[in-house]
Write a protein that binds this ligand. Structure first.
Ligand code: SF4
Length: 418
């Protein structure tokens, strides 16, 4: 079966040329990175959309999660949130809906001109009634439905297996399991004593994904949910499983990403990122956060951006936006806007380390010149969110300098005296 990985082994496919052009990188280099499993372009064969390359040689990308829940279900609002995220620069949208008509909600989200991901086990739980009533056939059927509907990447918690359950029991964590997918699989294994079907029948899963060239995002079901749990054993057992599964995916010609933690103390981020990269053969790494403290709910987006920036500097490729409402409520549009902006900031910090000619390619050099020249319009056009900056600047009127130092503007004083 032809997949992008296989095509890249013998040439430079059209999708790679198009994604490389957007990325302003060499298409042959990108093609080689995809063939080696170090980069992906999540693109279901059934659906055309704006392509984003993720991984080696590419800029750091941002995903934004949207979706209904059992407590609040307004599909029209979720589409508005997705549109807001894309307007703010998101590169991908994940639909995490668990409330309402899931197939219809997904159909509308798939009309957006962007990469779309889902977590099929959420729908499997809804169809079955509870996690304990899911069987392998149902789970594979839901996965097949998502592929056929045109979803580009699926988060599947294949690395949560009986070994991780054993590690979780042997080295318990305060927060237990905080990944929803991880929790469903853990509950299923604990109740039946049987292996996770996604791990046991991984080759069959790969066959389903290869049909539509859907990317697998190997979920981190054992990601720690608190600083105090970050060094517990279950997470590391899962990383090793994910490394093995990443190699099998590559052998089967199925593009894959690895998902990483979670809640991680700042001094453990570099180690975790590098370890996951090494065990997975340098597969693209997709991170939620990581959050670097647990005691600032309401500002978790800032905590996540600090962790995301450090992770991106150390090799993370894809950051999942954390919104100000993390741990508190389903995000509204303002939360999505704010969360996306700070996630883009973290990605930008990562890019400053990845670009060959970093200060010019990232706009940093141009901004320095505009500031030196007190050229406000130029500053707003270079700024990531210039309209916002302009509003703040104009609060105190149309000044040559700004109201911070006013007539004692250091830039003006030195410019006029040398
Ligand atoms: S007034 Fe102060 S803060 Fe404002 S541009 Fe001049 S030096 Fe910078």
């Amino acid at each position: 079966m032809q997949t992008l990985i296989r095509e890249c082994k013998s040439g430079v496919p059209e999708n790679v040329i198009s994604a490389a052009k957007r990325e302003k990188i060499d298409s042959e280099k990108l093609s080689r990175a995809i063939a080696a499993g170090r980069a992906v372009i999540c693109a279901n064969k059934r659906r055309e959309h704006k392509l984003s390359a993720i991984g080696e040689g590419c800029s750091v990308k941002v995903n934004v999660n949207i979706g209904t829940s059992g407590a609040r279900c307004d599909p029209a609002l979720e589409i508005k949130k997705a549109q807001c995220a894309l307007d703010e620069g998101a590169d991908a949208i994940m639909d995490l809906s668990t409330g309402g008509d899931l197939e219809a909600i997904r159909r509308d989200i798939l009309k957006l001109d962007t990469t779309v991901g889902t977590v099929p086990i959420y729908e499997a739980v809804r169809r079955a009634g509870s996690a304990l009533d899911i069987d392998a056939d149902l789970l594979f059927n839901v996965i097949r439905d998502h592929c056929r509907q045109g979803v580009d990447f699926l988060t599947l918690h294949c690395g949560v297996n009986l070994e991780t359950l054993k590690a979780l029991r042997a080295d318990p964590r305060v927060m237990g399991v905080v990944s929803r997918g991880g929790a469903f699989h853990t509950a299923m294994m604990a109740s039946t004593g049987e292996e996770n079907p996604l791990y046991k029948e991984f080759d069959y899963l790969l066959e389903i994904l290869a049909e539509d060239d859907v990317t697998i995002s190997l979920g981190d079901g054992m990601r720690p949910g608190a600083m105090v749990d970050a060094a517990k054993r279950a997470k590391s057992v899962e990383y090793l499983n994910l490394g093995e599964l990443a190699q099998r995916s590559l052998n089967a010609g199925v593009m894959r990403m690895i998902e990483g933690p979670g809640h991680i103390p700042v001094n453990q981020i570099a180690y975790n990122v590098r370890m996951i990269k090494e065990v997975s053969g340098y597969a693209p790494l997709y991170l939620l956060g990581p959050l670097v403290t647990d005691i600032i709910p309401g500002y978790d987006h800032v905590s996540g951006a600090i962790g995301g920036a450090i992770a991106a500097l150390n090799g993370a490729d894809f950051l999942c936006m954390v919104s100000p409402s993390e741990h508190l409520a389903l995000p509204d549009i303002d939360d999505i806007r704010e969360g996306t902006r700070v996630a883009k900031l973290a990605a930008h910090v990562g890019d400053t380390e990845r670009m060959d000619d970093k200060w010019f390619e990232t706009g940093e050099a141009a901004m320095a010149e505009a500031r030196r020249d007190l050229d406000w319009e130029q500053q707003f056009s270079i700024a990531m969110y210039g309209e916002h900056a302009k509003k703040i600047h104009e609060r105190d009127g149309d000044l040559e300098t700004c109201s911070m130092c006013g007539d004692l503007c250091a830039i003006k004083i030195v410019r006029d005296s040398i």
